[in-house]
Design a protein around this ligand. Structure first.
Ligand code: VGL
Ligand code: ZN
Length: 206
């Protein structure tokens, strides 16, 4: 059984938002086209409290896209984004969320960032998604959304590590691309056995 995992298609990651992914909104029509082909649809939502430690503004003297060391390792610092309850944290208004069955919110603990839909960045604190998928007999994931080089990549890699068959739909994602992160992301995903597929191929296959 398969599921569509729609990662962080939120206003702040789209043009005009606080942490815009170039062409981030271009994924919306592609995802909306895929939705009818899936019976199981899961959304994730980046959902930070004000003052979250992934925000450069929480670290005096630091600027967005610089990095710091936190207890769990290197953390890229971001502009304030996806603050709980703000319009920037809402899903893109044209994303068809009606048939989504589960919304996983992540990044709500102030001291720890959470890119992956499965684990927070300490790689230990779980979101509960793996258990949900297992209980529902879902073994194959099609990952779409934003951003290819952060939350999509980390979700895909964790999915593989947990034993899921993972597809990333290449035209249904876009990257932030800071310090070469996008090219690295595709290599890491391929090396981990993540399948790259186009939306046309998904439609033909399913
Ligand atoms: C993301 C940076 C910070 C993402 C979330 O959704 O890829 N990137 N928070
Ligand atoms: Zn975030």
């Amino acid at each position: 059984m398969k599921a569509l995992l729609v990662v962080d298609v939120q206003n702040d990651f789209c043009p005009g938002g606080a942490l815009p992914v170039p062409e981030g909104d271009a994924v919306v029509p592609v995802i909306n086209r895929l939705i009818p082909y899936f019976g199981n649809i899961i959304l994730t939502q980046d959902w930070h409290p004000a003052g979250h430690w992934s925000f450069a503004s929480a670290h005096p003297g630091k600027k967005p896209f610089e990095t710091i060391q936190l207890s769990y390792g290197e953390q890229v610092l971001w502009p304030d984004h996806c603050v709980q309850g703000t319009p920037g944290a809402d899903f893109h208004p044209e994303l068809d969320t009606t048939r989504a069955q589960l919304i996983i919110r992540k990044g709500f603990r102030k001291e720890i960032d959470s890119y992956s839909a499965f684990y927070e960045n300490d790689k230990q604190t779980t979101t509960g998604l793996a258990g949900y998928l297992k209980e529902r007999g879902i073994t194959t994931l099609y990952v779409v959304g934003l951003a290819a080089d952060f939350c999509v990549k980390w979700s895909a890699l964790d999915g593989r590590r947990l034993g899921f068959d993972v597809y990333v739909v290449t035209d249904a994602t876009r990257g932030i691309d800071t310090n070469g992160s996008l090219a690295r992301a595709w290599e890491e995903m391929k090396a981990a056995g993540v399948h790259l597929i186009t939306s046309d191929e998904v439609v033909r296959q399913t």
